[in-house]
Structures are given as C-alpha cells and as structure tokens.
Design a protein around this ligand. Structure first.
Ligand code: GLP
Length: 256
C-alpha cells in the first residue's frame, strides 16, 4: 500500500486525479471502477476540469441502492450522471451501474461480473471508505472473497447516509455491491478518505489486522493500492511521518 498524505483534501484529490488522467492518456480504452458518496465529488470535479478524453473508456460503478427509482436524486445512477457522466464525453453504452430495480437480482449480479470480465477487467478502481471500514457496500463480516451480490446495510451506514435522505428510516436497507473479491481483482485500487471522521477507519485499514470485521483491511493483500488522504484522515496513523517521508523522497521516475 502506498499511503499519500497531503495537507488538504484538494491536494490529495489532485494526486488521485493525476493518476486517473495518466491512465486514460496511456490507455484510452481503460476500464475504470467508480465510487459514490461525498468523498469522490472533488475528484470528479477535478477530472471534469481536466477535459480528458473518455470516448473509449468504460466504467463500472461499485454499488447501488435496491428499490430506488433510477431518477431518484439519491440513486447512485443519478449521482453519477449529475456529478460526472453528463460533463464528460463518455459513451452511454460504456457506462455500467448496478440496476437496483432488476427483477432477478442474483442473475443481474452474475451478469455484472461477466460484463466486467468481458471488458477485460477493471484497470483502476476508485474507492471511498465507510466509517465502519466498508468498501463499496461490503459491510463488516462480508466475505473477503465475495462477488457482486445483494447486501443489507448496517445501522451505522444507514445513520451515516441519513444526511442524503433526510432521515435514517428513508435510507434503503438493501443494496447491490461489487464484492470484495471483485474489488481485489482490479489491477489498481485508489482509496480516498478525507476528514477526521475517517481517521479511525483508515488506521484500521492500513495498520490493523486483515479481518472481515474491517473490510478495507483486505487491501493490504492487493499488490497495487494507493491511499490518498488529507492530514485529518491520516490523523490516527501511527506511521504517518514515515508515509510522508516516503512520498517526499520518491525517486523522480515514481513521481505522481
Ligand atoms: C457509501 C458508499 C461507499 C462510500 C462510503 C463513504 O455508503 N457505498 O462507496 O465509499 O459509503 O461515503 P462518504 O464518501 O460519503 O463518506
């Protein structure tokens, strides 16, 4: 894991945006895994302002609520169109999001996995992290080998996401999410976290034991993970000084 700590959210976002831009330029037909939530908003704004060519790129989103109409402002479908897709030149047919209204959810999930495979696998997966350590919507105790499937949200995640729905009760309880096994097959993972409310989840993911109680900790087993943090989200890392030192002393050819 490469831990990149920057003084501000914008500086950490800029590093992540440069990584994605570099991928899209080197591989115009890249397959990019995308995330929702408040964390990637600044990343999407930066990517939009870079005017990149997405015409050959393919995207797969991590997750979606079950039962929300696509047009609902809080569906991840709406989120992605509003905050990224309508601002870039991606082809509609190259965009993939879980369908929270699929009539046969297990079949849909199997098909989603097959679409990822048919696209050649995910080159780079963007991730946020829940305060309980979830990635995608893989809540604590999710199988570390899980594939795309239905999950039930924890009470904590419903509380965390109540701000988007007005109340905890209004948050859908069921979701479709890529599995942890699916995420681990991406060639690169790029985890972003900002703010002191994420500091404990990040410390457990980076420096804690690998355990399904803290799903993001499995990323320690992935060969190519970058974690972009602001100072606040790095606030509970015991080795923060070491991570800063490593980043400041990168050889020139490794600079991001
Ligand atoms: C949400 C999403 C995750 C996201 C996480 C953190 O529920 N399913 O993909 O990373 O929780 O959200 P936020 O970025 O708003 O803190």
């Amino acid at each position: 894991m490469e831990i990149i700590i920057q003084p501000t959210q914008q500086a950490a976002t800029d590093v992540a945006a440069r990584l994605i831009a570099r991928l899209l330029i080197a591989k115009p037909h890249a397959v990019i895994g995308l995330a929702t939530g408040s964390t990637p908003l600044s990343l999407y704004q930066s990517l939009i302002s870079m005017n990149l060519d997405w015409s050959q790129a393919t995207t797969f989103n991590l997750d979606e609520y079950i039962g929300l109409p696509r047009e609902h402002p809080q569906s991840y479908h709406s989120f992605m169109w509003e905050n990224l897709f309508k601002h870039i030149n991606i082809r509609k047919e190259n965009i993939h999001l879980p369908d929270g209204n699929a009539t046969d959810i297990p079949q849909f999930c199997e098909d989603y996995e097959n679409h990822i495979l048919a696209a050649g696998g995910i080159d780079l997966q963007v991730l946020g992290i829940g305060t309980d350590g979830h990635i995608g919507f893989n809540e604590p105790t999710s199988s570390l080998a899980s594939r795309t499937r239905i999950k039930t949200l924890t009470k904590q995640t419903c509380i965390d996401n109540a701000r988007f729905f007005g109340s905890e009760e209004a948050v859908p309880k069921h979701v479709i999410t890529m599995g942890i096994g699916t995420i681990m097959e991406a060639r690169q993972n790029l985890l972003l976290a900002f703010g002191s409310h994420k500091a404990r989840a990040i410390a457990e993911a980076v420096e804690g034991p690998i355990t399904s109680i803290h799903p993001a900790s499995i990323l320690q087993m992935h060969p190519a993970v970058k974690v972009c943090l602001d100072d606040a989200a790095a606030g509970q890392l015991q080795r923060a000084d070491y991570f800063r030192w490593v980043y400041e002393n990168k050889p020139q050819w490794q600079m991001i």
